[in-house]
Design a protein. Structure first.
Length: 360
């Protein structure tokens, strides 16, 4: 925070200094135009040109401070929406800033023909600095388009997808399994939480209903744990879609505007976001993909290959190599029999299924 404030102060003072020089130049020009003999002393040693320079510089210092701080705050407000720079953002921002500065320089160079060097230099430098800052912000925000234009679409798509930050919704925070996913070594990177999600969790945690209050508090605890997980950068952003009323619609709008992937457990929201063009990471779909291929109560046909460790047991294998131990089936060795899974045991060496002969 202190470093950011120092950077803001330096930029503001630089712009202010440029405005002071501009004001001095304007005062100098006004004095020459208004006085028939601008180099003749009128107040002791003070000449009209010197008075014009001092007055112009003073006005530039006073008004320039206000104007420069306003510009810097405007840039900071835009930057906070894009806080945290990835390598792709840095490269794209640099390219955007450089190109914009060059374009501004080309467009504004005629001021050196129209105005005196002092005034022209002030205007020229001010516009180039402001244009470069604007280009940097735009380049960061549209990094995909910038890098795609410079380096070709083929090489950018993979990098962009791999480095995309994830915007999480309320359902992911309440569920809490994201913590286990992260601790297992998946999902590292930047996780973005927008203010409407925090507000919704806060409302739940303050609810008079015990169940809703528990959900809200669990969601807030999940976000707090994520902040302390290694390899995770949790970023809270303000509501940039205030004209939208529903939280789900806000999430879709924010994800589209800031090129974020939407991480959710809400199947309905996932479908709507996908149709809207948002990259969706559906944790519910992930859970289904990682569920055991066989669960208790499932029926299957299995060839029994050998005896088990216990008396009467027979062992067969599923197509993925999972071992199935069938009770009271040793007399069916070498046969393909119908069995029903009774339990599934997950061990450090893999998954083991226990089953019985299906008599139905």
């Amino acid at each position: 925070m202190a470093q950011s404030q120092r950077r803001t102060t330096v930029v503001a003072e630089l712009l202010r200094l440029i405005i002071v020089v501009f004001g001095a130049g304007v005062g100098y020009q006004v004095a020459i135009a208004a006085s028939p003999d601008p180099d003749t002393a009128v107040l002791g040693l003070l000449t009209p040109t010197l008075i014009g320079v001092v007055v112009g510089a003073g006005l530039g210092y006073s008004l320039g401070g206000v104007f420069a701080r306003y510009l810097v705050k405007s840039l900071d407000r835009g930057e906070r929406l894009l806080d945290g720079v990835t390598p792709e953002e840095l490269v794209a921002g640099t390219i955007g800033g450089a190109l914009t500065a060059v374009v501004v320089a080309i467009v504004t160079w005629p001021v050196f023909i129209l105005l005196t060097p002092l005034v022209a230099s002030s205007i020229f430098i001010f516009l180039v600095v402001l244009g470069g800052a604007f280009g940097f912000s735009v380049g960061r925000h549209r990094r995909g388009a910038v890098l795609g234009t410079v380096g070709g679409r083929g090489g950018v798509a993979v990098t962009k997808r791999a480095s995309t930050a994830r915007l999480i919704d309320t359902s992911v925070a309440i569920d809490g399994r994201i913590i286990d996913v992260v601790r297992a070594g998946f999902g590292h990177g930047r996780i973005v939480v927008c203010q409407p999600v925090l507000d919704e969790l806060q409302q739940l945690s303050d609810s008079g209903d015990d169940r809703r209050r528990s959900k809200g508090r669990r969601g807030l605890e999940t976000l707090e744990k994520l902040r302390h997980e290694a390899g995770i950068d949790v970023l809270v952003i303000p509501d940039s879609a205030q004209e939208v009323t529903e939280v789900d619609a806000k999430l879709i709008r924010i994800a589209m505007e800031q090129e974020l992937a939407l991480l959710t457990l809400d199947t309905g929201l996932a479908k709507v976001a996908a149709v809207s063009g948002v990259h969706v990471q559906d944790m519910h779909a992930l859970a289904l993909a990682l569920r055991p291929p066989v669960q208790a109560g499932d029926s299957m046909t299995l060839r029994l290959l050998r005896e088990g460790k216990e008396v009467g047991q027979a062992v067969g294998y599923l197509d993925d190599g999972t071992m199935v131990v069938v009770e009271k089936a040793s007399k069916h060795l070498g046969e393909a029999v119908g069995v029903e899974a009774t339990s599934v045991l997950t061990t450090s060496n893999g998954r083991m299924v226990f089953a019985k002969i299906n008599r139905s």
